[in-house]
Design a protein around this ligand. Structure first.
Ligand code: GCO
Length: 445
């Protein structure tokens, strides 16, 4: 069955390179189980028109009950590590106050289950589940979110930190802030420039505040995961190039600018400054609290053109010429190499970098050759980055199994393992077998 193969093997990578796979709580667990409180995604899913086929996350992959089988799939693929997220409303149903012991017990079992299987647990504290009670208070728009998030983070880390290998505060601040408050595609579904400007800043303030508190509590190996999308100008007209640069600044430079350079890109402030929260300029010492590692999520590039009739930021995405995935995303592994080098340069090639997500949606349930090819070319980009001196320490594929793809519901399948959502049966696809073969320590190099 598995005539798909990958052209690299474990021995092509430096000793100790971490091969992992990633998933996120809301996308797999089943938010209806175990006393979890509601998040802004419950609200978003219940509002007509937001999610394909009106789907929701109540059952998802039923990972809450099937986690042992799922961790076996990670281990049996020969992987070293599993990147997972903890659900804030599962742990604190009201966002603050009394923890849900059932929720804490679930993560105890899950983390111990990883350790029993020899898997390194890589935790993400926030993969997009703002408790509804805090969303009611403004969520990411409210500066208090920095303290809410920090209190939750300390609770998690003081309970589990001794068993976690690496911790990311947040997953993809661009999605948390811009996609969710300016473009309105994700919960809370706002299209509001003031909300977006506040969220763009508060998400980083929350990150920095939490890192400071976790350090004070004695935790280490702390990082953040940002997503990057290569911004390709549609042509070489000056206004097109400026448009692509502005998209690049909003998407790819704002967050690393705050974290590593204590500044935001000027061309973004041209649009956002009037809408920023008061005193934002004074927060950079907190935002730039030193980190131990940095995670890059990379999937695709966008082709950008100027949009003269739109208000700021006046650009638009236009169709590009490259082969596309089921998301309509162009396959462009050169972009991964680009961002590995860019972040490597920004951090003087000293900070350990991980690819924390990379993958594609493809509907083929068994012989997923397109996925295998995609993985091959992106692992190739990772190898090129290492050769050029980028301290890349690991690579997590997205995703272990098909799951809830946010606004796209269960339609878009990112898994190396097929999930039949009627029966919850898991079936490894060819890409899973190919990866196992490539990284198995028993194989000749
Ligand atoms: C992310 C998302 C994942 C998505 C994936 C594909 O971190 O980007 O968290 O949850 O499923 O990116 O869109």
């Amino acid at each position: 069955m598995d005539n798909a193969t990958l052209s690299f093997s474990r021995s092509d990578f430096p000793e100790g390179f971490v091969f992992g796979t990633a998933a996120a709580a809301l996308q797999i667990e089943g938010s209806g189980y175990g006393g979890a409180g509601p998040s802004h995604w419950d609200t978003f899913c219940a509002t007509p028109g937001n999610i394909a086929n009106s789907e929701n996350t109540l059952v998802a992959c039923d990972h809450y009950h099937r986690w042992e089988e799922d961790l076996d799939l990670v281990r049996n693929a020969g992987l070293d590590a599993y990147r997972f997220s903890l659900s804030w409303p599962r742990i604190l149903p009201e966002g603050r106050g009394t923890p849900n012991e059932e929720g804490l017990d679930f993560y105890d079992r899950l983390i111990d289950g990883m350790l029993e299987r020899g898997l390194q647990p890589w935790a993400t504290l926030y993969h997009w589940e703002m408790p509804a009670a805090l969303s009611d208070l403004g969520g990411w728009r409210n500066r208090d979110v920095a303290n809410w998030f920090t209190d939750y983070s300390r609770l998690v880390m003081n309970r589990f930190g001794d068993r976690i290998e690496g911790t990311a505060t947040l997953n993809e601040p661009w999605c948390v802030a811009w996609l969710s408050h300016f473009l309105g595609h994700h919960a809370p579904g706002l299209r509001d420039i003031r909300a977006a400007a506040h969220a763009m800043h508060h998400v980083l303030l929350a990150h920095g505040t939490a890192v400071q508190a976790l350090r004070a509590d004695g935790h280490d190996n702390l990082g953040i995961v940002c997503n990057f999308e290569y911004s390709q100008p549609a042509d070489d007209k000056p206004e097109t190039i400026r448009a692509a640069e502005l998209n690049d600044a909003i998407y790819n430079r704002w967050f690393v600018g705050g974290i590593f350079e204590k500044t935001y890109p000027t061309q973004v402030l041209e649009g956002l400054a009037p809408h920023m929260p008061q005193g934002w300029q004074d927060d950079f010492d907190v935002i730039a609290t030193p980190l131990d590692w940095f995670g890059i999520n990379y999937y695709t590039r966008s082709v950008i053109a100027a949009d003269p009739v739109s208000l700021w930021p006046s650009y638009m995405t236009v169709p590009g010429p490259l082969p596309k995935t089921d998301m309509g995303w162009e396959i462009y592994p050169e972009g991964l190499l680009h961002f590995l080098k860019r972040v490597g340069d920004l951090t003087d090639r000293k900070m350990p970098i991980y690819v924390t997500e990379n993958g594609l949606a493809d509907s083929e349930p068994v012989n997923d050759l397109v996925r295998t090819d995609y993985m091959d070319s992106h692992f190739g980009a990772a190898l090129d980055a290492i050769k050029s001196g980028v301290p890349l320490k690991g690579f997590f594929t997205w995703s272990l199994m098909d799951n809830f793809e946010w606004a796209f519901g269960y339609d878009k399948r990112f898994g190396m393992v097929h999930v039949d959502f009627e029966t919850q049966k898991r079936t490894p696809k060819a890409s899973w077998h190919a990866l196992r073969q490539a990284i198995s320590t028993n194989q000749p190099g």
